[in-house]
Design a protein around this ligand. Structure first.
Ligand code: NAP
Length: 326
């Protein structure tokens, strides 16, 4: 039997990404075989789909770190045929074939039962982007950020960014959205931003190690110079949660924000977080942190993925691309 998947191949050092029929027998070697109903596009998938060996060491490969679907075969008593489940992160889509596919085969520890208050589409609309945003928000709140605080969100039209704008706004924070897209100001306001700052206005080449504090905290997906400038402008005892590197993985800073203002830098690693905390956050996202994602989610087919991936890598994507797998 065969199944359809996005197949990324390396030929003479060049990478191609195409839909292909593959052998299900070769895939079905793990505890749980899942018929994928929905996936979603994350920045990590775009890197994997274009041959980034920091994400995926060996090709051919199928990317896709987020899946929701139905159990088709299980060697674990925890899961029965027909159960609706979610799989996000761990090694899915990195060095294990991922969810841009009609099927995935994964270890039982990676599988989470679908919370009763979510549909399969809602679960994947949250996915890694939502979980990452929830980890960042949880860390900011655990470190003292509270309702009414002004939190800066970077890459705010992207998947993690737009989810964060919505979630922080839902929780009563004042949100400043930083974006490179001047034509998306209205969109950002419509999803909960109180203020929108454009990237060009934010970039300061001031050499001073500290600037006037403007933000109580921040959630950053960009890194590089933007993060350097955020750290200079966070209020005393404020926190900055960081997850990304779309701008740059480099960070040039001084110790002054930390030793003169007591600023906290909080890392986010959604792929490796422990299962108990993961389930707790999923339950929060399914209940008290549940938000209406209809104005940030757009649905696509598997066949549209190559174009969506190129747009994402060019920094042109907005919101969360959910992939419906028929
Ligand atoms: N650590 C973790 O656990 C974890 C989990 C998920 C994602 N991430 C990371 O988080 C980052 C964002 O992921 P995503 O899925 O949200 O990606 P995305 O949907 O592509 O969003 C990224 C956004 O960043 C902005 N941007 C893009 N290129 C930029 C550049 N060169 N300089 C400044 N801003 C730029 C754009 O928003 P604007 O135009 O609005 O500025 C873009 O929409 C990635 O680095 C990803 O690897 C990490």
């Amino acid at each position: 039997m065969t199944y359809k998947a996005l197949h990324v191949e390396e030929i003479d050092g060049k990478f191609t990404k195409k839909m292909k029929q593959l052998s299900l027998e070769k895939l079905d070697t793990n505890d749980v075989l899942i018929r994928v109903k929905y996936s979603a596009l994350n920045f990590k998938d775009a890197l994997s789909a274009t041959g980034n060996k920091g994400i995926t060491r060996e090709f051919p490969h199928t990317p896709g770190i987020d899946a929701s679907g139905v159990v088709e075969r299980s060697s674990s008593e925890r899961f029965q045929i027909g159960d609706e489940v979610i799989v996000t992160s761990f090694d899915l889509g990195m060095n294990t074939n991922g969810a841009f596919s009609e099927y995935i085969s994964v270890p039982k520890e990676w599988v989470i039962p679908l919370p009763k208050t979510l549909t399969l589409k809602e679960a994947v609309s949250i996915g890694t982007a939502g979980l990452t945003s929830a980890i960042g928000t949880f860390k900011l709140m655990s470190n003292g950020q509270k309702e009414g605080d002004n939190i800066l969100v970077t890459g705010s039209t992207g998947a993690v960014g737009s989810f964060s704008v919505k979630l922080l706004s839902h929780l009563g924070f004042k949100v400043t959205a930083l974006s490179s897209k001047a034509d998306k100001k209205e969109f950002l306001t419509s999803i909960g931003a109180n203020e929108v700052v454009l990237k060009d206005e934010f970039e300061t080449h001031a050499k001073r190690p500290l600037l006037k504090p403007k933000y109580d905290g921040a959630l950053d997906v960009v890194g590089g110079e933007i993060l350097e400038n955020i750290l200079k402008q966070v209020s005393p005892e404020g926190s900055v949660a960081i997850c990304g590197l779309v701008g740059s993985p480099q960070l040039n800073t001084t110790v002054f924000p930390f030793i003169l203002r007591g600023v906290n830098l909080l890392g986010i690693n959604s792929a490796e977080m422990d299962s108990e905390h993961r389930v707790t956050l999923w339950n929060m996202l399914a209940n008290e942190w549940k938000i209406d994602l209809s104005n940030i989610v757009h649905e696509h087919s598997l066949e549209e993925l190559p174009k969506l991936i190129d747009e994402m890598l060019a920094g042109n994507s907005t919101g969360r691309a959910v992939i419906k797998i028929d």
